[in-house]
Design a protein around this ligand. Structure first.
Ligand SMILES: Nc1nc2c(ncn2[C@@H]2O[C@H](COP(=O)(O)OP(=O)(O)OP(=O)(O)O)[C@@H](O)[C@H]2O)c(=O)[nH]1
Ligand SMILES: [Mg+2]
Length: 201
Protein backbone atom coordinates (compact mmCIF):
# COMPACT_ATOMS: atom_id res chain seq x y z
CA UNK A 1 0.00 0.00 0.00
CA UNK A 2 1.40 3.36 -1.00
CA UNK A 3 -0.58 5.34 1.58
CA UNK A 4 -0.40 5.39 5.35
CA UNK A 5 -3.27 6.41 7.63
CA UNK A 6 -2.23 9.21 9.97
CA UNK A 7 -5.53 9.89 11.70
CA UNK A 8 -9.28 9.39 11.44
CA UNK A 9 -12.17 11.24 13.00
CA UNK A 10 -15.95 11.30 13.07
CA UNK A 11 -17.26 14.42 11.33
CA UNK A 12 -21.05 14.39 11.54
CA UNK A 13 -24.31 12.52 11.09
CA UNK A 14 -26.93 13.70 8.60
CA UNK A 15 -30.23 12.69 7.07
CA UNK A 16 -30.65 15.66 4.73
CA UNK A 17 -28.40 17.86 2.55
CA UNK A 18 -28.48 20.71 5.06
CA UNK A 19 -26.70 18.44 7.52
CA UNK A 20 -23.90 17.31 5.17
CA UNK A 21 -20.37 18.45 6.06
CA UNK A 22 -19.58 21.81 4.51
CA UNK A 23 -15.78 21.77 4.41
CA UNK A 24 -14.57 20.53 1.02
CA UNK A 25 -13.04 17.04 0.80
CA UNK A 26 -13.23 14.29 -1.80
CA UNK A 27 -15.84 11.79 -0.63
CA UNK A 28 -16.22 8.02 -0.91
CA UNK A 29 -19.59 6.41 -0.10
CA UNK A 30 -20.12 2.83 1.05
CA UNK A 31 -23.34 1.11 0.08
CA UNK A 32 -24.50 -2.45 0.50
CA UNK A 33 -26.99 -4.79 2.11
CA UNK A 34 -27.69 -4.49 5.76
CA UNK A 35 -25.07 -6.45 7.75
CA UNK A 36 -22.78 -7.00 4.75
CA UNK A 37 -19.88 -5.32 6.54
CA UNK A 38 -19.89 -1.63 5.53
CA UNK A 39 -19.06 -0.18 8.93
CA UNK A 40 -16.35 -2.81 9.51
CA UNK A 41 -14.79 -1.87 6.18
CA UNK A 42 -14.62 1.79 7.14
CA UNK A 43 -12.96 0.86 10.44
CA UNK A 44 -10.41 -1.23 8.58
CA UNK A 45 -9.67 1.48 6.02
CA UNK A 46 -9.31 4.01 8.84
CA UNK A 47 -7.10 1.59 10.80
CA UNK A 48 -9.33 2.06 13.80
CA UNK A 49 -11.21 -0.62 15.72
CA UNK A 50 -14.14 1.45 16.90
CA UNK A 51 -14.43 4.54 14.74
CA UNK A 52 -17.77 3.22 13.46
CA UNK A 53 -20.07 0.99 15.45
CA UNK A 54 -20.25 -2.56 14.10
CA UNK A 55 -23.53 -4.26 14.81
CA UNK A 56 -24.71 -7.75 15.47
CA UNK A 57 -28.27 -6.78 14.63
CA UNK A 58 -28.78 -5.77 11.01
CA UNK A 59 -30.18 -2.35 10.20
CA UNK A 60 -28.30 -0.51 12.94
CA UNK A 61 -26.96 2.34 10.80
CA UNK A 62 -29.95 4.61 10.04
CA UNK A 63 -28.31 7.88 8.99
CA UNK A 64 -25.45 9.08 6.80
CA UNK A 65 -22.26 9.13 8.87
CA UNK A 66 -19.19 11.01 7.72
CA UNK A 67 -15.58 10.33 8.73
CA UNK A 68 -12.38 12.11 7.70
CA UNK A 69 -9.27 10.04 7.18
CA UNK A 70 -5.89 11.78 6.84
CA UNK A 71 -3.25 9.87 4.90
CA UNK A 72 0.41 10.28 4.07
CA UNK A 73 0.64 9.71 0.33
CA UNK A 74 3.44 10.38 -2.15
CA UNK A 75 5.27 12.80 0.14
CA UNK A 76 2.14 14.82 0.95
CA UNK A 77 -0.99 14.65 3.10
CA UNK A 78 -4.46 13.85 1.78
CA UNK A 79 -7.83 13.98 3.47
CA UNK A 80 -10.51 11.60 2.24
CA UNK A 81 -14.06 11.69 3.62
CA UNK A 82 -15.79 8.34 4.00
CA UNK A 83 -19.58 8.16 4.19
CA UNK A 84 -21.23 5.15 5.81
CA UNK A 85 -24.77 4.66 4.50
CA UNK A 86 -27.58 2.62 6.03
CA UNK A 87 -27.89 -0.82 4.49
CA UNK A 88 -30.66 -1.85 2.11
CA UNK A 89 -32.82 -4.94 2.09
CA UNK A 90 -33.47 -5.00 5.81
CA UNK A 91 -36.43 -7.38 6.05
CA UNK A 92 -37.82 -5.99 9.29
CA UNK A 93 -37.92 -2.38 8.13
CA UNK A 94 -41.39 -0.94 7.61
CA UNK A 95 -42.58 0.35 4.22
CA UNK A 96 -42.29 3.95 5.42
CA UNK A 97 -38.76 3.33 6.70
CA UNK A 98 -37.79 1.90 3.34
CA UNK A 99 -39.24 4.84 1.43
CA UNK A 100 -37.41 7.26 3.77
CA UNK A 101 -34.22 5.30 3.25
CA UNK A 102 -34.54 5.37 -0.52
CA UNK A 103 -35.16 9.09 -0.55
CA UNK A 104 -32.28 9.83 1.80
CA UNK A 105 -29.79 7.71 -0.16
CA UNK A 106 -30.92 8.80 -3.63
CA UNK A 107 -30.74 12.47 -2.67
CA UNK A 108 -27.21 11.99 -1.38
CA UNK A 109 -25.89 9.84 -4.23
CA UNK A 110 -27.43 11.97 -6.95
CA UNK A 111 -26.68 15.46 -5.66
CA UNK A 112 -23.51 15.35 -3.59
CA UNK A 113 -20.88 17.21 -5.60
CA UNK A 114 -17.84 16.06 -3.62
CA UNK A 115 -18.78 12.38 -4.05
CA UNK A 116 -16.04 10.85 -6.21
CA UNK A 117 -16.35 7.09 -5.69
CA UNK A 118 -19.16 4.77 -4.65
CA UNK A 119 -18.00 1.50 -3.13
CA UNK A 120 -20.67 -1.18 -3.39
CA UNK A 121 -20.08 -3.98 -0.96
CA UNK A 122 -21.18 -7.50 -1.69
CA UNK A 123 -20.57 -10.72 0.23
CA UNK A 124 -17.74 -12.56 -1.55
CA UNK A 125 -19.11 -15.96 -0.72
CA UNK A 126 -22.82 -15.30 -1.29
CA UNK A 127 -22.22 -13.20 -4.42
CA UNK A 128 -24.59 -10.48 -5.64
CA UNK A 129 -28.18 -10.83 -4.44
CA UNK A 130 -31.11 -9.50 -6.49
CA UNK A 131 -31.07 -6.37 -4.27
CA UNK A 132 -27.34 -5.92 -5.00
CA UNK A 133 -27.96 -6.22 -8.73
CA UNK A 134 -30.78 -3.65 -8.60
CA UNK A 135 -28.51 -1.29 -6.67
CA UNK A 136 -25.62 -1.78 -9.12
CA UNK A 137 -27.90 -1.11 -12.09
CA UNK A 138 -28.90 2.15 -10.48
CA UNK A 139 -25.32 3.06 -9.51
CA UNK A 140 -23.73 2.54 -12.93
CA UNK A 141 -26.06 5.26 -14.16
CA UNK A 142 -24.67 7.72 -11.58
CA UNK A 143 -21.72 10.05 -12.08
CA UNK A 144 -19.20 8.86 -9.45
CA UNK A 145 -16.80 6.05 -10.22
CA UNK A 146 -18.06 2.64 -9.13
CA UNK A 147 -15.98 0.12 -7.24
CA UNK A 148 -17.17 -3.23 -5.90
CA UNK A 149 -15.73 -4.68 -2.71
CA UNK A 150 -16.27 -8.40 -2.21
CA UNK A 151 -16.00 -8.62 1.56
CA UNK A 152 -15.84 -11.42 4.14
CA UNK A 153 -13.46 -13.09 1.67
CA UNK A 154 -11.78 -14.72 4.70
CA UNK A 155 -14.68 -17.18 4.58
CA UNK A 156 -13.44 -18.51 1.25
CA UNK A 157 -10.62 -21.01 0.96
CA UNK A 158 -7.33 -19.16 0.26
CA UNK A 159 -6.74 -20.78 -3.14
CA UNK A 160 -10.24 -19.82 -4.31
CA UNK A 161 -10.09 -16.14 -3.41
CA UNK A 162 -8.47 -14.70 -6.56
CA UNK A 163 -10.54 -16.83 -8.97
CA UNK A 164 -13.67 -15.85 -7.03
CA UNK A 165 -12.94 -12.12 -7.46
CA UNK A 166 -12.48 -12.62 -11.22
CA UNK A 167 -15.66 -14.68 -11.38
CA UNK A 168 -17.61 -11.93 -9.59
CA UNK A 169 -16.18 -9.26 -11.89
CA UNK A 170 -17.32 -11.28 -14.93
CA UNK A 171 -20.76 -12.02 -13.46
CA UNK A 172 -21.25 -8.31 -12.80
CA UNK A 173 -19.96 -7.44 -16.29
CA UNK A 174 -17.58 -4.86 -14.82
CA UNK A 175 -14.14 -3.88 -16.17
CA UNK A 176 -11.10 -5.72 -14.73
CA UNK A 177 -9.73 -4.08 -11.58
CA UNK A 178 -13.10 -2.80 -10.36
CA UNK A 179 -13.77 -5.68 -7.95
CA UNK A 180 -11.56 -5.89 -4.87
CA UNK A 181 -11.45 -8.87 -2.52
CA UNK A 182 -11.68 -7.62 1.07
CA UNK A 183 -11.71 -8.85 4.63
CA UNK A 184 -12.11 -6.57 7.60
CA UNK A 185 -11.34 -9.43 9.95
CA UNK A 186 -8.16 -10.68 8.27
CA UNK A 187 -7.01 -7.36 6.86
CA UNK A 188 -7.18 -8.25 3.17
CA UNK A 189 -7.60 -5.70 0.39
CA UNK A 190 -7.42 -2.40 2.29
CA UNK A 191 -4.08 -1.43 0.67
CA UNK A 192 -5.42 -2.16 -2.81
CA UNK A 193 -8.62 -0.29 -2.00
CA UNK A 194 -6.74 2.83 -0.84
CA UNK A 195 -4.54 2.73 -3.96
CA UNK A 196 -7.63 2.67 -6.20
CA UNK A 197 -9.45 5.31 -4.16
CA UNK A 198 -6.49 7.70 -4.07
CA UNK A 199 -5.97 7.29 -7.79
CA UNK A 200 -9.65 8.10 -8.44
CA UNK A 201 -10.19 11.25 -6.38
N1 LIG B 1 -16.00 -13.03 8.56
C1 LIG B 1 -16.17 -11.73 8.43
N2 LIG B 1 -17.17 -11.09 9.08
C2 LIG B 1 -17.30 -9.74 8.91
C3 LIG B 1 -16.42 -8.99 8.06
N3 LIG B 1 -16.82 -7.70 8.07
C4 LIG B 1 -17.89 -7.64 8.92
N4 LIG B 1 -18.19 -8.84 9.43
C5 LIG B 1 -19.27 -9.15 10.40
O1 LIG B 1 -20.52 -8.85 9.80
C6 LIG B 1 -21.42 -8.25 10.75
C7 LIG B 1 -21.94 -6.92 10.26
O2 LIG B 1 -20.88 -5.99 10.17
P1 LIG B 1 -21.12 -4.41 10.03
O3 LIG B 1 -19.82 -3.82 9.66
O4 LIG B 1 -21.83 -3.85 11.19
O5 LIG B 1 -22.12 -4.40 8.77
P2 LIG B 1 -22.95 -3.17 8.17
O6 LIG B 1 -23.03 -3.43 6.71
O7 LIG B 1 -22.36 -1.87 8.58
O8 LIG B 1 -24.38 -3.38 8.85
P3 LIG B 1 -25.62 -2.32 8.99
O9 LIG B 1 -25.06 -1.04 9.51
O10 LIG B 1 -26.53 -2.99 9.94
O11 LIG B 1 -26.20 -2.17 7.63
C8 LIG B 1 -20.65 -8.17 12.07
O12 LIG B 1 -20.99 -9.27 12.86
C9 LIG B 1 -19.19 -8.21 11.62
O13 LIG B 1 -18.33 -8.74 12.60
C10 LIG B 1 -15.35 -9.71 7.39
O14 LIG B 1 -14.53 -9.18 6.63
N5 LIG B 1 -15.29 -11.06 7.61
MG1 LIG C 1 -23.25 -0.22 9.56
Amino acid sequence: MSARVLSAEFVTTATEPKGYPTSPAPEVAFVGRSNVGKSSMINKLAMRKKLVRVSHTPGRTRTLNFFDVTLAHKGGTRIVRLCDLPGYGFAKASKTDRADWQQMIAKYLETRRDLKVIVTIIDAEVGPTSDDLKMLDYLVAQKPKLLVAATKIDRINKARRKPRVIELQKTLELPPGTVVGFSSHEGIGHGEMWDILLASI
